[in-house]
Design a protein around this ligand. Structure first.
Ligand code: TXA
Ligand code: MG
Length: 316
């Protein structure tokens, strides 16, 4: 398959409306989209990514007012969250309409809905005839892509079109809140923080990790995720030095230890979130075997960074 690369949202939407898979930028990470109401097109997403078919997809809408095109019930909590955080880096799980095909929801009675704030994504979605089902645009198991070249590296030749944009400004996937249950449950941390959610929904339950023997609340919880090939070492405080052989890398908020073959000293947590997945990818490309990652404070987007680090280390 030939992958067309374009800067024009309208052209990308034309490909999607024809039943093709189209990768597009959002403020969180790049997504791989298909017409949510066309099951054959959606099957193309699973094929291109090598994604397990029991892992449901998030459906993207062009504006907050279109959530009702895929959700059958929008309760008071969901309404409040939509009003405050849409468009933005938040996904809300709601009871689905019958028109949403089983392949999108992986057989669940619910659907995850997101309205991205990214201007190119918004324009692309406006030109799409229907809502767009889209997971992150990576080969399953790899870190989510935050720039178009990485998408092309993973999926070039396997998708119809790639809408080229700037690198994602947030760099981590959206926060997911399940509003189909009472009280609502946080399923994945992201840039919309637990603190911010609690201001609107004080009784929200945090269910982002899956305990052994317990059924996963979000099917995505049971898969190993976000992993680079290098081994991830989680660090609470930086050691004075790293061994020089084999070469090891460092990323974190503190000054890098001596001996790091490659390092990234992030000014703040927003920068840490933005550069993390790209750093994993560069380390792999350069043959670095171990990445020492400093765990940031458990507040704001720090919780989401910690979550992705723990998962990348294979402990999630
Ligand atoms: O920021 C994002 O959310 C990006 C961009 C492209 O929008 N998308 C993304 O999609 O990260 P994906 O497929 O990589 O992650 C979606 C997660 C999966 O863990 C999936 O199990 C969960 O959302 N999910 C989707 N629908 C769900 C549902 N109905 N109930 C519970 N979890 C759901
Ligand atoms: Mg993903």
């Amino acid at each position: 398959m030939q992958t067309l690369v374009t800067d024009r949202p309208e052209e990308a939407a034309r490909h999607l409306n024809r039943g093709e898979t189209v990768a597009f930028p959002t403020e969180t990470v790049y997504g791989l989209g298909a017409d949510a109401f066309n099951p054959e097109a959606v099957a193309g997403i699973f094929r291109a990514k090598g994604r397990p078919s029991d892992n449901p997809l998030i459906v993207h809408v062009a504006s907050p007012g279109k959530v009702g095109e895929v959700a059958s019930e929008i309760g008071e909590n969901a309404r409040r969250l939509i009003e405050c955080f849409f468009p933005g880096p938040l996904t809300i799980v709601l009871k689905k309409r019958d028109t949403v095909p089983e392949i999108v929801s992986a057989g669940l009675p619910t659907v995850g809905v997101r309205c991205p704030a990214h201007p190119q994504a918004a324009e692309f979605l406006r030109h799409c005839k229907h809502p767009v089902a889209a997971p992150s645009a990576n080969v399953s198991g790899r870190p989510s892509p935050t720039d178009w070249k990485t998408v092309y590296h993973d999926l070039g030749g396997r998708i119809g079109c790639l809408l080229r944009g700037e690198p994602s400004t947030i760099g981590l996937e959206s926060t997911i809140v399940d509003c189909s249950v009472e009280p609502p449950r946080l399923l994945r941390t992201g840039a919309v923080s637990v603190e911010a959610l609690r201001e609107l929904v004080p009784d929200i339950q945090v269910a982002t990790t899956c305990k052994p023997g317990e059924a996963p609340k979000s099917p995505g919880q049971k898969y190993r995720h976000y992993s680079p090939e290098a081994e991830i070492v989680l660090v609470e405080t930086p050691p004075p030095s790293l061994p020089a052989d084999p070469p090891a890398a460092w990323i974190g908020l503190s000054t890098p230890p001596a001996g790091a073959a490659k390092s990234l000293h992030c000014r703040d947590m927003d920068e840490y979130a933005r550069v993390l997945f790209g750093f994993f990818r560069t380390c792999d490309a350069e043959g670095i075997r171990t990445i020492h990652c400093e765990l940031p404070p458990e507040e704001g987007i720090g919780r989401a960074i910690r979550d992705r680090l723990v998962k990348a280390a294979g402990r999630g």
